[in-house]
Structure formats: structure tokens, C-alpha cells
Design a protein around this ligand. Structure first.
Ligand code: IMP
Ligand code: MG
Length: 179
């Protein structure tokens, strides 16, 4: 098993790049079908979702798709703080649009619930959630996820956009913390 060290912690590979790409392609097939003709606005939640959004958007066959970015932060170290700070907001016209939120991971559900409420307040016609990763055992509230790439155990992970204190985002594969 391939291992890496970030700061003081060791991680071992748990989801290779190929597996991630396979999951993204599957999500895209479903989206290409569901979102045809809807001129959907895809909203990438930064920082964590930048790799997912980039790979997913390339698989979409939707000539009316648009993308924008929302920068939020809720994590400190290896656990969610539950408090979400908005660092870069959305400027796009949301009213009456189909909005698809692109998240790297749904953990406690706080971030996604906050984004859904923000976008709904701006008058979106429908809000869909696409998350590459989902930790059902960490969920603290009810959230409806429309597109889920890979369901994972409640362990801390890094790579493919996700970080441990700012490091590890550039890793091509996903790694799990070695306890
Ligand atoms: P939530 O608000 O608890 O659902 O957390 C969502 C955000 O926390 C995600 O968008 C990630 O950026 C971050 N996050 C959640 N779990 C992990 C993890 O295992 N590793 C790194 N970041 C994570
Ligand atoms: Mg995130």
C-alpha cells in the first residue's frame, strides 16, 4: 500500500485515480440525461471541489452549462468546526435557474445545508447536489443528495482536492489517515 506523510500524519492510498474517474463518468452520464436543455449553473465549492469540478465538467455534454465558484471554509485540522465562513460569494443571477452544487465531500452536512439555503433564498428554480464522496456515518442532518460518486467510511481522507491543513490537495489519488 502506498503511504505518504503530511505534516505529522501518515496516510495510505484508499481510492486510486482510476476509481475516482470511473465514479465521475457515471455521475456525468446521469447528469447528461437529467439536465439536458435546463441551462444549469454548476457551482463548484472551493477549495476542495476544484479537481472534481474540472474532471466532471469535461464529461458533460451540455452546451448550455455554466460554472461558477463559491469559496467556503468549515474545517480546522481533521475535524469539521460546524461553523461555515464564506470567503468568496456568488455573483451570478440565480433566480429561476437550475443550480447544481458540486461538493468534494458531504461529511456532517453543515456546508451543503448552508449552500442549499443560500441558493434557495436567491430564488433558484431547483437545486441539485452532486458530491464526489459521501460519509453517511458522519451525517448530522437530513440532506437529499442527487448525485453521489463514492460512499466512504467515516475516516479522514486527503487528496484529489481534499486537504489536511492545506496540504495534500494536489494528490492524484485519495488517501486515508492511518490511525
Ligand atoms: P461538512 O460541512 O461537515 O459536511 O464538511 C464539508 C467540508 O469539509 C467538505 O467540503 C470538505 O472540504 C471538508 N471535509 C470533510 N471531510 C473531510 C475529510 O475527510 N478530509 C478533508 N476535508 C474534509
Ligand atoms: Mg469542501
Amino acid at each position: 500500500m502506498k503511504r505518504i506523510k503530511l505534516w505529522d500524519k501518515e496516510f495510505e492510498i484508499s481510492l486510486p485515480f482510476e476509481e475516482i474517474q470511473k465514479a465521475i463518468k457515471k455521475m456525468a452520464v446521469q447528469m447528461n440525461y437529467d439536465l439536458q436543455g435546463k441551462s444549469a449553473l454548476f457551482v463548484c465549492i472551493l477549495n476542495g471541489s476544484f479537481m472534481f469540478a474540472a474532471d466532471l465538467m469535461k464529461e458533460l455534454e451540455l452546451n448550455d452549462a455554466e460554472i461558477s465558484f463559491l469559496k467556503l471554509a468549515s474545517y480546522a485540522g481533521t475535524s469539521s468546526t460546524g461553523e461555515i465562513r464564506e470567503l468568496i460569494g456568488l455573483n451570478e443571477e440565480i433566480k429561476d435557474r437550475t443550480v447544481v452544487i458540486l461538493e468534494d465531500i458531504v461529511d456532517s452536512g453543515h456546508t451543503i445545508a448552508d449552500v442549499i439555503s443560500q441558493v434557495s433564498k436567491k430564488g433558484a428554480r431547483e437545486v441539485k447536489i452532486a458530491t464526489l464522496l459521501f460519509k453517511p456515518d458522519a451525517l448530522k442532518m437530513k440532506v437529499d443528495l442527487d448525485y453521489v460518486g463514492i460512499v466512504i467510511p467515516n475516516d479522514f481522507i486527503v487528496g484529489y482536492g481534499l486537504d489536511y491543513d492545506r496540504r495534500g490537495r494536489n494528490l492524484k489519488d485519495i488517501y486515508t489517515l492511518v490511525k
